[in-house]
Design a protein around this ligand. Structure first.
Ligand code: ZN
Ligand code: ZN
Ligand code: FE
Length: 754
């Protein structure tokens, strides 16, 4: 029998055709394999059991970076095909084009071995093959061929060319293939060096407590010995960053396990080909110490494993098993990608500047993942994930979603897939906004995307909304606005393919609501087309507006005033009578006091009252610190008033004040606060579930980056008839907004064309 097998998913540019070729050879099959419009097409003769074995082996043995979405098998008449055995051919329908863009892939074990074995790649730091190496970061245009990547200027040598054209070789059609004599090289700023010199100098600099800036896959990193307090302090000074934690890289899993706790799912994530940063819990008594300056006040640490050959080489020579690896940027600007910029920005600051000559076309930061209850939740989606598409069941073609404003991403619709951009950042930063506009243009070009319908946040002042408006006007396109928290809910519905109505709990910082207030503590009944707000917390004022989110004490004062509860003495002493009087007069005169239902701001109030954090330098810091100190063994909770709507937090604040008077430690107050929130979600969703006959519960919004909260919910929901859906592949923070917006626009478009 001859079969035509179509494999869809992430199967181009990841070594899938050579894999099929070798598999077929191994099984002694006759046929062909080619790239097709939407995947890989195999035409093959299979007899009896061979069919199941062949498909089984494809599913089981495929290259690490391939993601199979579907395998379609049909019998075909093409028995007269002109093949003797098995070959990789150009597709009949189109050319042999690779029209998918794979994410960047960490160097594979086979390549690491080749660096010892192959003479032309002895210790070569940019070794790669069809299973590994840079992809998205170097792609300028499609189809994916070397001439349309930043490898275009490197002419393959004869040895590389031979491998590139041999279907049995692991480097067959590996577009970035390179070796010592023909490929990219590292060099120290204003010097000409051998790799051995670059390695030796960088190692001795790190050993000596210096800060090294080095060009990586998606941009520059700043690197130093994580155990060296002085070096880490120096790095903080360079980045002008006070307390925000740095990510670290460990030599290997063993060295990591000596310092942090790593469970099975975390190990799987941290060591897979995407090589993200994984947020892990530090051990109580680690085998060695990192500088406290790495993650001040935190019990978690962002950890990763080596993913470029030079990382491995470093750890062979470094005295330390752990280094800080942080994005090479200043003041929240985008990560630096060019040597010129690195020289200008980092030149006088870092002690050593290392470049390489393979340009970064698409900027990608390290991605960040957190595992909650055995489920990997992406916090920042960039290197190793982008631009992998999400498959949906709705037609998305032509829809462009502009996202939120902070931790922004955008997304575009192709066919029935959604392609999310890499992590962009805070658009209020001028350079970051330029990156946003440029990346959007590049995605449109790369994916041959022509926008036909635009979608943005309801907030008219978000820079993303203004950009959407401008493009809509210039091109005469329809622009849809979607409420922020509904977009959060939609992102989670999209991820799990939920088309039916669900109950959504969206707890967040701030997003503009339909009534003009700042929402962020919402219970919705929704589907892909509409939503209804079922419940939300009492509205309170945010004294000073945006300022309140950087000064949590303001929210504490506002909540207590709301319930006419006197401020605790210690709080007043800490903050000072004058400041409090100022706020009170603001509240009384109602000047710059927008209303909010945000749970993020409730976290702020609790963090300030418990003495954890009165002032912050960045969004959500108070909530993070409050989570960090929570006593995990504490089972008690503050009371909830589950009958009231809007939800009253009077019992909560009364009981916190009582606890403060009894000198209950902050760790216990924090735990009781978290447990109260879990109780509240449970009681409300159970109530609504009965009322509306819906048992699917979606959670999203920035508050659910809180592991205590999510794991608590996972445990409690497991005991109920309700099913909880936790955002995993689309971030629950504002990076997931664009995908949600796009999903809603696609559903609304369906209505309008019906
Ligand atoms: Zn490889
Ligand atoms: Zn070569
Ligand atoms: Fe949000």
């Amino acid at each position: 029998m001859t079969y035509k097998i179509t494999v869809r998913g992430l199967v181009q540019g990841v070594g899938f055709r050579p894999f099929i070729y070798l598999l077929a050879k191994d099984m002694g099959l006759r046929g062909t394999v080619s790239n097709s419009n939407n995947g890989v097409e195999i035409v093959v003769e299979l007899i009896g059991l061979e069919k199941d074995i062949f498909i089984g082996r494809i599913k089981k043995e495929h290259p690490q970076a391939a993601e199979i979405h579907s395998i379609e098998i049909e019998e075909t008449e093409e028995t007269e095909l002109d093949y003797g055995d098995f070959s990789i051919v150009r597709s009949a329908s189109r050319s042999d084009e690779i029209t998918q863009v794979a994410p960047d892939i960490a160097v594979c074990d086979d390549c690491l071995a080749d660096r010892r074995l192959q003479t032309h790649r002895k210790n070569y730091p940019f070794i790669n093959c069809t299973h590994c190496g840079p992809r998205f970061s170097i792609i300028r245009d499609l189809p994916y061929d070397r001439c349309r990547t930043t490898m275009a200027d490197f002419r393959m040598c004869a040895a590389c060319e031979k491998e590139f054209t041999d279907p049995a070789d692991r480097r067959f059609h590996a577009q970035p293939v390179a070796c010592n004599s023909c490929g990219p090289q590292y060099y120290i700023d204003n010097e000409e060096n051998t790799y051995e010199e670059v390695l030796a100098k960088s190692v001795s600099a790190i050993n000596a407590g210096k800060v090294v800036a080095i060009r990586g896959i998606g941009g520059y990193h700043l690197v130093c010995d994580a155990a060296n307090d002085k070096a880490v302090r120096q790095l903080r000074k360079i980045k002008d960053r006070d307390t925000k934690p740095f990510a670290v890289m460990f030599a290997n899993l063993e060295a990591m396990q000596d310092y942090v706790l790593v469970n099975e799912e975390e190990t799987r994530n941290i060591s897979n080909w995407r090589r993200p940063i994984v947020l892990l819990k530090t051990r109580e008594n680690p085998a060695y110490s990192c500088s406290e300056q790495v993650n001040p006040g935190m019990k978690t640490l962002g950890c990763m494993l080596p993913y470029m050959p030079i990382h491995y080489d470093w750890f062979e020579h470094l005295q330390t098993p752990v280094i800080v690896m942080t994005s090479g940027n200043l003041n929240d600007r985008p990560i630096i990608i060019s040597p010129e910029e690195a020289r200008n920005e980092l030149g006088g600051r870092a002690d050593l500047l290392i470049h390489h000559n393979r340009p970064v076309h698409n900027r990608v930061d390290d991605s960040v993942v957190q595992v909650c209850g055995g489920q990997a939740c992406i916090v920042r989606r960039s290197r190793g994930y982008v631009p992998e598409p999400l498959f949906t069941e709705v037609e998305t073609e032509g829809i462009l979603a502009f996202g939120a404003e902070k931790v922004n991403t955008f997304a575009l619709g192709k066919g029935s897939t959604i392609i999310q951009s890499q992590y962009i950042g805070d658009l209020k930063n001028e350079e970051t906004f330029a990156f946003y506009a440029e990346a959007m243009q590049r995605f449109c070009n790369l994916f041959r995307f022509k926008p036909r319908m635009l979608v943005c946040d309801l907030h008219p002042d978000y820079l993303s909304s203004l950009h959407a408006e401008k493009i809509a006007k210039e091109n005469g396109l329809q622009l849809i606005r979607v409420q922020h928290h509904y977009a959060h809910a939609a992102a989670c519905m999209l991820e799990y393919g939920l088309r039916e109505p669900v109950l959504a709990v969206i707890w967040d910082g701030i997003g503009l609501g339909d009534d003009g207030a700042a929402w962020g503590g919402e219970f919705f009944l929704c589907d892909g087309r509409n939503y209804r707000r079922l419940a939300h917390p009492d509205y309170v004022t945010m004294p000073g507006g945006d300022r309140a989110s950087l000064e949590p004490w303001r929210m504490a004062a506002a909540w207590l005033k709301h319930y006419d509860i006197p401020l605790p003495q210690r709080f007043t002493e800490r903050i000072g009578k004058e400041k409090i009087a100022q706020i009170n007069s603001m509240l009384e005169k109602n000047i710059n006091c927008p209303l909010t239902s945000s749970i993020g701001r409730l976290f702020d109030a609790a963090a300030s009252l418990s003495g954890v954090c009165d002032f912050t330098s960045r969004q959500a810091e108070a909530a993070i610190l409050l989570e960090q100190i929570a006593n995990l063994d504490c089972r008690s909770s503050y009371s909830i008033d589950s009958e009231s709507n809007p939800i009253s937090f009077r019992p909560l604040f009364e009981e916190i004040i009582e606890d403060l008077q009894q000198n209950v430690p902050a760790s216990r107050i924090s735990a009781k606060f978290h447990n109260m929130l879990i109780d509240l979600i449970l009681s409300k969703t159970l109530q609504f579930s009965k009322q509306y006959g819906i048992n699917k519960i979606v959670i999203s919004g920035g508050c659910f980056q809180n592991k205590f909260l999510v794991e608590g919910l996972q445990k409690r929901f497991a005991e109920t008839p309700l099913t909880l859906f936790v955002p995993s592949r689309i971030p629950c923070n504002d990076s997931g907004i664009a995908a949600g917006q796009l999903f809603i626009a696609a559903n609304k478009k369906l209505i309008s064309t019906q």
